[in-house]
Design a protein around this ligand. Structure first.
Ligand code: ATP
Length: 574
């Protein structure tokens, strides 16, 4: 299919703020895309070349794009810079200078492959090579096409379509019904690669999707935990269950196939290179193929204690990984297993998976297993909880004995209990930044004084507001935030955002921050969980983290969780 037709789809998506219109535009376009192009088109709709675990980055910044535009259209760099300042969008600058109305002969595949070439060009002279490829592409493209090529390269396409919407639209496009989305989602949860799922669907139809299996080197979307306030309630809900230690490190999903080892983060990025000591230990396991779920922590062998989270997380920032890995070696605590050789364990009950895990990970060392008890007695549960917390861990995660591994889902198969839920709202809430308000008084100079934040509504694939946060940031952090957010600025409320408040600047929902608050209250000015005009809000919200890089917009706490937390809070109060 011609890239021109995809560009038309982008143009229409950009022009509407109505969810239903967006859905129709998307499904009509997807219906026309042939199977050869569907994966590439889906990636482009997701504003990426490949899923995050491929670690493919375009590496095109404003300056490079300006040079390429200048070269393509024979205009001086100064003029381009001036136009950019005036228009505020390099895509618009390219479209204007290009001037061609008629769609070009470029196909989706050709554009995608050229962009991939750019991403894979590195080393000496790579900047010039990239500029040449981009300018050739821009010369060939039409005005509209060049606008979207430029925006895509700069990560500023901002179509505002979520994964959930793409899956529903794929179902509509091929089968004229929405509900095959459920199967597409299941397949997506198993491989975290929406382009691949779409291609299998287009090539092999419904059966191909239904037969989807997990494979090594394709990360599974992690299972997540619900929360309940006490051992009694957990046992009431799960019956006899396993109570597992909850470690406060970072999540590591490990894949091994022969000598090949990969480690994926909670966010499904490939973090293998951060953990040489772990990959060595995994390689030594006498198992051909395995996928397991674990938490990585820094362990002090001298004192046999765990280091605090801050030490563990250093790993992701430090460049001298080798040195850090010697001084503060990581340990993995394995708590689940999803694949062993040719056996897909993901749908086996927890008790069976745990048996397998116990059999494989017997020794203590770099790779250890978590310790569990199995009980239906709240007193025993509480005793294990107290001992665990006493050992410096964060709490426990209860696991339903007969439940499968719920890839990509947060449900009551796993229920977390931390010390903090027992009192007031001590746990943090992950929110996504939707916009900011310019500062007043002392903050006027900074040009930013408060953030509008929201949480994800899974059912509607929307973001709904929950708080306006002005405290918790230093002046320096505010300055940095402003820089980061200005880069994500959009001129109107994104289609997936539901808000009554109107910030001075709207941003693309992308950055997650953790908020602490005194309690969840009802409020008419926030849209989270709103019924008859009254939603939920956070009372006295304050930021406790800067931007969380391990989560994306859809990984915030959800509207449903906020509703549940509100209910729990009521119970704890009485
Ligand atoms: P979430 O990952 O649930 O979105 P979060 O990042 O705020 O939320 P918590 O709510 O504190 O984290 O707890 C969930 C996380 O706990 C898991 O993602 C996992 O990384 C970690 N964890 C530690 N030990 C275990 C365990 N035994 N079983 C499951 N998860 C565990």
């Amino acid at each position: 299919m011609k890239f021109y037709e995809l560009s038309e789809c982008f143009r229409k998506l950009e022009a509407t703020t109505k969810r239903l219109d967006m859905f129709n535009i998307l499904s009509e376009t997807l219906a026309k895309i042939p199977k050869e192009d569907i994966a590439k088109a889906v990636y482009m709709l997701q504003e990426t070349l490949l899923p995050p675990f491929f670690n493919v980055q375009l590496g095109v910044a404003d300056k490079m794009a300006e040079k390429a535009i200048a070269e393509a259209y024979g205009i001086s760099l100064e003029k381009i810079e001036k136009m950019y300042k005036e228009r505020g969008d390099l895509g618009n600058v390219a479209e204007e200078l290009n001037g061609k109305d008629k769609g070009s002969a470029l196909t989706i595949s050709q554009v995608y492959d050229k962009l991939m070439d750019i991403a894979q060009t590195s080393g000496e002279g790579s900047v010039d090579k990239k500029i040449k490829v981009i300018s050739d592409l821009l010369k060939e493209a039409s005005g509209l096409e060049s606008k979207y090529i430029v925006r895509f390269m700069l990560g500023k396409l901002r179509l505002g379509v979520g994964e959930a919407t793409i899956m529903e639209a794929l179902s509509m496009a091929k089968l004229h019904k929405r509900d095959f989305k459920v199967e597409l989602e299941r397949a997506f949860n198993l491989c975290s690669n929406l382009g691949k799922v779409a291609e299998v669907f287009y090539r092999e139809g419904e059966k191909g999707v239904m037969d989807f299996k997990i494979e090594t080197m394709e990360p599974i979307r992690p299972a997540l935990a619900e929360r309940l306030p006490s051992a009694e309630e957990i046992i009431k809900k799960l019956g006899k269950c396993a109570v597992d230690q909850k470690f406060d490190g970072f999540r590591a999903q490990v894949h091994k196939d022969g000598d090949k080892v990969k480690v994926y983060s909670r966010n499904l990025e490939d973090i293998t290179s951060y953990m040489p000591e772990i990959t060595d230990a995994v390689r030594k396991l006498k198992i051909k193929k395995i996928i397991f779920d674990s938490e990585a922590l820094t362990y002090d062998d001298e004192t046999n204690t765990l280091y605090p989270f801050q030490i563990t997380i250093q790993r992701k920032r430090k460049h001298n990984v080798e040195e850090v890995s010697q001084n503060f070696p990581l340990r993995l605590f394995v708590f689940d297993i999803m694949l062993l050789d040719d056996a897909q364990l993901i749908n086996e009950p927890y008790s069976k998976r745990r048996e397998t895990l116990e059999r494989i990970f017997q020794k203590e060392g770099t790779i250890s297993k978590s310790s569990i008890i199995i009980t239906d007695n709240p007193k025993e549960f509480d005793k294990f909880f107290e001992i665990t917390v006493g050992n410096g861990l964060e709490g426990v995660v209860a696991k339903k004995l007969d439940a499968p591994y719920a890839a990509g889902a947060r449900n009551f198969n796993w229920v977390k209990l931390k010390r903090s839920y027992k009192s007031r709202l001590d746990d943090t809430i992950d929110t996504v930044i939707l916009g900011y308000f310019k500062g007043k008084g002392l903050r006027a100079d900074l040009g930013i004084g408060a953030l509008l934040v929201g949480v994800y509504d899974e059912k509607a694939d929307m973001f709904r507001t929950i708080a306006k946060v002005g405290s918790g940031f230093s002046e320096e952090q505010f300055k940095e935030l402003r820089k980061i957010l200005d880069d994500e600025k959009v001129d109107k409320k994104p289609a997936r955002v539901d808000s009554i408040l109107v910030p001075d600047v709207w941003v693309e929902p992308k950055y997650v921050i953790a908020i602490k608050a005194d309690e969840i209250t009802k409020s008419p000015i926030h849209t989270c969980g709103a019924k008859e005009g009254v939603g939920y809000a956070l009372r006295f919200p304050r930021a406790v983290t800067f931007i969380r890089t391990d989560k994306k917009a859809e990984d915030t706490n959800t509207v449903k969780e906020i509703e549940e937390m509100f209910e729990e809070q009521k119970r704890v109060k009485v």
